[in-house]
Write a protein that binds this ligand. Sequence first.
Ligand code: HSE
Length: 421
Amino acid sequence: MLKIGIIGVGTVGTSVCQILEENKDIITARAGVEITPISGVVNNLSKKRDVKIKLSNNVDDILDDDSIDIVVELMGGVEEPYKVVKKALEKNKAVVTANKALLAYHRYELQEIASNNAFEYEAAVAGGIPIINALRDGLSANHINSIMGILNGTCNYMLTKMINENIPYDIILKEAQDLGYAEADPSFDVGGFDAAHKLLILASIAYGIDAKPEDILIEGIQNINSEDIAFAKEFDYALKLLAIAKKKDNGEVELRVHPVLLPNSTMISKVDGVMNGVSVVGDKVGETMYYGAGAGGDATASAVIANLVDIARAGKSSPMLGFKKPLETGLKLAAKEDIETKYYIRMEVEDKSGVLAKVATIFGTNSISIKTMVQKISKDGVANLLLSTHTSKEKDIKEALNQLKDSGVVKNMPSMIRIEE
Ligand code: HSE
């Protein structure tokens, strides 16, 4: 029998206990051994929980218990769980975690510390979708050309409702919180950080890149407004918060999280509501697509238990981040300002002669080629200019937007959304 201690017995921890009980026959047959949760740690002992395990409020009750084989860390946060899982590994226990923030900051140190133990984390990215397994093992023959992920269910739920039902941002955020989709601090969701933490984990497995959240471009959905939504609809684009990893011809890899306009014909654009989806393009396999629940007790517990089964079968599995030796051809993280993509830009201008010429000159002098342009007259001599560009550099776009703001012909800072086609 493998004995499990669960640190953090909330929604996911409770589901882990319940599924291990309910599906015991098939899990035992697959694992070859019975996997039994023995004890759990919670903050609030007086809260009633639907589990049969012994509960305490002291992590050392699990860490110092020599009978426990595997510690399941579901406490959330970064530094506190880091100390806890480090101690568990030092005590020669295997560890399974669903904690994306912990891995976004400490995955390489943990890989070192866990060199002799199993350390698994399937539930940390896209909940129930087995994307870690797919990237680390199933696609190991491939160079990964790109990853595009809808990795935050809260943002996807909000954007889907904003587009399909014209519900304003604040109302739909409150609804996502009430439904339990959002993190305790929803700015992690809407600010793009939750998706970025997950992207960094995938980037390590796909490219061997060690980057921290502060190294990559992260923009959330807070500034999306009804004009952008109307533009997306009119021009038949979907609007998604995408986590993108893209290998460039020069050996650099772009890692970025931001709202994206993308054609409604793409597979990933069809991932709606609270669901997650990941498109991975390998150089040999072509595009592969993964879809499923990115959050929720049972879906996340499904991934946690898959890791428990892996450990039961194999003990220590493949290297934690998928590389036994560093990649000799070494891939480097592209600088944020060198990111290249297409852009949609919207600005309010005075509707009078010379304005368009001035705007066009600013784009031209910053090496930006305009692809399409529409002018919509609003009221009081003010016009809305909507432009899309050919592929341009992030630093040129940022410079052009600043120059437009100071040009005297544009009313406010223009708004911009990147386009992926
Ligand atoms: N808040 C996250 C989401 C939960 O909305 O996807 C899963 O990490």
